[in-house]
Design a binder for this molecule. Structure first.
Ligand code: ZN
Length: 422
């Protein structure tokens, strides 16, 4: 069974240091490659789906979260506010609306920033749906006892987006978001364990407005039914401002967690007094659809590590091609192939002959999708004997053809290892 923490250390993907702090992992070069590819992937599919990307700061004034409702409903999960310059009540620093000194918090979510971006100028119905996306940092004050690996962290890189739309557009936007999640799962080789419609539970964690909850829940139920997926309903799992669709994944031990979400929110548009000018010339309130395809980058990579046991799909693999000369005599030819592979956009490495027998070096490279062996005959003919990670041997190939096909597979993303694979 694969544990992402053990593999993460073994494959030098990420690690933690007690001096940096619990729940604050750092990414080593190989892990950083996986993360970078994943982030670029999600940006690309989002662009195609009509999202526009922004950057917003990871900090915000406390009042921002008082407005959004986070301060009332989510404060226990937030880090305490900071006072720049350590300012007290009489130090002449910026006063907040509530009359105290300026207080800054690490953001617990990106929604309020995106609501302000929406509000930064007047919006016409012609601009809707307006899809704002960001891969941005957010923070959660998890207790140190529960922290571990990449799945429970205090600093989170969230793949987030908010669609501002009319009520009529909300079902279609949420449905399209669900479809985007399905497409990403196929490309990443992961599967949804189940879909969950998460509803509010008892207690003060949730915004009190039964009519809004009913409306949003009916809308999400329609999305799930139209998508034709089976789903369960779970009380007490909603966001404080609205119900959500949770796409649940399972780790190898069968433990379930939420990776992707689609939410419908009537609350924050109200709190931020968002509006658009309709075809009738009057002001209308937009709906906010919150959605995350990959969830947090940390959790997504943890799941990918466990799901693939470190044998990532070609496009995500930290090293895609390893070149193994049989003896020192082919080292120049091998080095030249590594250079050409790099120039063609592949992540390639040399496994020199002095690092062990060919068998030992092949075993050491067992997670690398493509292993190109160059013996005397191959060097002579500008060829390489290709072995695939799964044991197949497409045989000796001209190096140019090998590179073309490997580049093609990497660019196509998806989980196929070689041409003709499903
Ligand atoms: Zn949000």
């Amino acid at each position: 069974m694969h544990d992402h923490r053990r593999l993460g250390r073994e494959l030098e993907l990420f690690d933690t240091d007690p001096l940096m702090g619990a729940g604050l992992p750092y990414w080593l070069p190989a892990g950083a490659v996986v993360r970078h590819e994943l982030e670029e992937y999600v940006r690309a599919v989002e662009r195609e789906a009509g999202y526009r990307h922004v950057y917003s700061p990871v900090l915000g004034k406390r009042e921002l979260y008082e407005t959004s409702g986070h301060w009332d409903h989510y404060r226990d999960d937030m880090f305490p506010p900071m006072r720049p310059g350590g300012g007290g009540p009489d130090d002449g620093s910026d006063s907040s609306a509530s009359g105290g000194p300026e207080e800054i918090v690490l953001r617990p979510s990106l929604c309020p920033h995106h609501a302000l971006i929406y509000r930064s100028r007047s919006r016409s119905h012609r601009e809707l749906p307006l899809r704002i996306a960001e891969l941005g940092g957010m923070y959660r004050a998890e207790r140190s006892g529960v922290l571990g690996g990449l799945t429970r962290v205090r600093a989170i890189q969230l793949n987030d987006a908010h669609v501002f739309c009319t009520l009529d557009q909300a079902v279609e936007e949420a449905r399209a978001a669900l479809e985007l999640i399905g497409r990403a799962y196929a490309d990443l080789g992961i599967r949804a364990a189940r879909y969950r419609l998460s509803l509010p539970g008892a207690g003060g964690k949730y915004v009190a407005d039964p009519a809004l909850w009913r409306r949003a829940t009916a809308l999400l139920r329609e999305v799930l039914e139209r998508a034709g997926v089976a789903f369960d309903e779970a009380e007490g799992e909603a966001a404080f401002y609205g119900p959500k669709i949770d796409v649940q994944i399972e780790d190898p031990a069968g433990r379930e967690s939420t990776l992707s979400t689609v939410q419908v929110d009537f609350h924050q548009p109200e709190r931020f007094d968002l509006h658009y000018v309709g075809a009738d010339g009057a002001r209308h309130r937009p709906v906010m659809v919150h959605r995350s395809v990959l969830g947090s980058v940390e959790r997504a990579v943890a799941h990918l590590i466990e799901r693939h046991g470190g044998a990532f799909p070609v496009w995500l693999a930290p090293v895609q091609l390893v070149v193994l000369p049989v003896s020192r005599a082919q080292e120049d030819a091998a080095r030249e192939l590594v250079r050409r592979a790099g120039a063609a956009g592949l992540r390639a490495e040399l496994s020199p002959a002095d690092q062990g027998t060919l068998g030992a070096r092949v075993r050491a490279a067992r997670l690398v999708p493509y292993q190109a062996v160059i013996g005397a005959r191959e060097a002579e003919a500008d060829q390489a004997s290709l072995r695939l990670r799964d044991g197949r041997r497409p045989g000796p190939l001209p190096t140019a053809a090998l590179l073309t096909r490997a580049v093609h597979r990497a660019a196509a993303r998806g989980t196929a290892l070689w041409d003709g694979d499903a």
